[in-house]
Design a protein around this ligand. Sequence first.
Ligand SMILES: Nc1ncnc2c1ncn2[C@@H]1O[C@H](COP(=O)(O)OP(=O)(O)O)[C@@H](O)[C@H]1O
Ligand SMILES: [Mg+2]
Length: 249
Amino acid sequence: METLLRVTDLLVRYGERVAVGGISFTIERGEILGLLGPNGAGKTSTISCISGLREPDGGRFAFDGSPFAPSADASARARIGLVPQSLALYDDLTADENLRFFARIAGLGSADARAAADRGLALAGLADRKGDRVGTFSGGMKRRLNLAAGDLHRPALLVLDEPTVGVDPQSRQHIFDALERLKAEGRSLLYTTHYMEEAQRLCDRIAIMDEGRILDVGPAAALAERAGLPGANLETVFLRLTGKQLRDA
Ligand SMILES: Nc1ncnc2c1ncn2[C@@H]1O[C@H](COP(=O)(O)OP(=O)(O)O)[C@@H](O)[C@H]1O
Ligand SMILES: [Mg+2]
C-alpha cells in the first residue's frame, strides 16, 4: 500500500475540552477508510482539520510523503474534497446550476465546470432531474447532490461526514454505488459514520474512534482478531473495545 495522507498526533481542543486527543492514522491510496464512532467521538473535528476548515491545536500532516498544512497550503483544496454533513446547496437553483456554480468556486473554467456538473449529475443518479430546482428534491436526493458537489474537482482524497444520516434506503444505495465507483477509479475516501453495517460493508479498513481516541485501525476481520474475538462482527468488536453499544449512542 502507498500512503496518501498521514496524520500524526492530531489534537483538537475547544477551550479546556479535548475533542481529539492526539490521534495518528494513515489513508492509503485507493482505499476507503472508515472512521467509526458514536456522536461526540471527535469524527467531525478530525475531518475539519484534514479538510482545512479548522486549525488543529497540535499535530502534523503529510500528503504523498511531504509535510502539508491543510488549512494553509494553496494545494490543499485541489487535493482534498469535503462533503460536509450539513447540506451546502441553493434551493432556488437547479441541480445543474448548483453543480456548475460550485465547480466554478472550485476553480474550474466554464467548459470544465459544465463537464464536471454533467459527471456529478451522473454520479448522483440525478441526470434526469438536472433542470429541477433543488428545493423540490427529497432529503436523500439533496444528499446525493451534496456528495457530487464535493467531488467536482476530483480531489485525490474525498472526505465525507456521515453522508447517509437520515437518508431513505434508495438514496443510501445510490450513495454506496457512488462511493464504490469513486474507489474503482482509484480515488481515496475517508468516510465517517456511526453505522456499523455501512463501515463493515464499504470500508477497506476501519478506525474505531471513541472519546477523541482511535482504539484500533484495520480491516474488520483484523480488528476482531486483535480484540480476541476472531470471526466476530464489528458490533461485537466495537462493544469489546469501547464498552459501548453504538446503536444506542
Ligand atoms: N465548536 C465546538 N465547540 C465546543 N465543543 C465542540 C465543538 N464542536 C465539537 N465539540 C465537542 O467536541 C467533541 C467531539 O465532537 P465532534 O468532533 O463533532 O464529534 P463527532 O463528529 O464524532 O460527533 C464533542 O464532545 C463535542 O461536543
Ligand atoms: Mg460529526
